[in-house]
Unconditional design. Structure first.
Length: 292
């Protein structure tokens, strides 16, 4: 199965362990990725800074047009912010011929044209619907042996369209975790926002959001929190020390990507393939104990 991989800016920076673990874990399942050459930022970050709506649409349409020009494979966007930008724009320009013409007039300046023939998929969608939990379970050589994990979905990875999972009661990530041998724990905050890109300007408020999410996960027995969003991973992981000082608590919760857990369960190298050494809060001890 071949896909275009659009990893966006975050997976070259703070989410590098996501990209590093995604390739070997997914390739172990028979997935093949091709990079969209000369891809550009989806605009998720600059949208907060007041970039025009048309500019954001053209940024995303350029990526879609370049993929379409090379072949009719689906685009896989592991980053939830990239996913929501790409799929939203794809829907809007397909459903509005006047907007598609306006966008194509802009793309023509760069010799591009978009016909609307590309699908945008989240990595969870592809793993669940194309690969399937049975094939994933069959690939596991080191099951996570009932390790209690809170599968944090966040506010973007299934929204706004709910194309592969419920926007209210998502189950896909939990089922993927179960296929790895883990025990996904239910917790009410699994689709609550972590603060996303407003964390720095609204730090006090967002630290409260993260505190509530992590305490909810821990209160339901979770030893780890998994995510599929680099923004969520950064917000949940990097500010725990500040949250501890502000609230007088002792959070020390490892935040791991779903693909890192896949690499571990598939028996791949913990450093080279799972990239566990790149996490801020080390998860190795908990995972090694789980897999024996």
């Amino acid at each position: 199965m071949k896909y275009y991989l659009y990893w966006g800016c975050s997976l070259e920076g703070t989410g590098a362990n996501f990209l590093q673990s995604l390739r070997p874990a997914c390739e172990a399942l028979g997935m093949e990725f091709e990079e969209i050459e000369d891809w550009n930022c989806c605009g998720a970050s600059v949208s907060y800074a007041g970039a025009s709506d048309l500019a954001i649409k053209v940024l995303n349409a350029r990526n879609l047009a370049m993929a379409e020009a090379k072949g009719n494979y689906d685009i896989v966007a592991p980053c939830s912010s990239c996913y929501i930008q790409l799929i939203k724009v794809n829907h809007e320009i397909k459903e509005n011929p006047d907007l598609l013409k306006q966008v194509n007039d802009c793309l023509a300046e760069g010799g591009l044209h978009y016909k609307g023939g590309i699908r945008v998929r989240h990595i969870q969608d592809v793993l669940y619907n194309d690969i399937g939990v049975e094939k994933i379970r069959a690939r596991v050589t080191k099951p996570l042996n009932g390790l209690k994990i809170a599968g944090y979905v966040g506010c973007q990875s299934v929204r706004p369209y709910g194309e592969y999972d419920s926007t209210v009661k998502p189950v896909v990530q939990d089922r993927l975790l179960a296929a790895l041998g883990a025990e996904p724990v239910p917790f009410a905050k699994k689709i609550s926002c972590c603060g996303s890109g407003i964390f720095l300007p609204e730090m006090d408020y967002c630290m409260g959001l993260v505190k509530d999410i992590l305490e909810d996960a821990l209160g339901h027995g979770a030893k780890l929190v998994s995510t599929v969003c680099p923004m969520c991973a950064m917000n949940l992981e990097m500010y725990q020390d500040r949250i501890n000082k502000k609230y007088g608590i002792q959070l020390d919760v490892p935040i791991v990507y779903l693909t890192q857990l896949m690499a571990v369960a598939f028996g791949l190298d913990l450093k080279k393939d799972a990239a566990l050494d790149r996490n801020v809060i080390p998860p190795e001890a908990i995972l090694k104990e789980a897999v024996g």
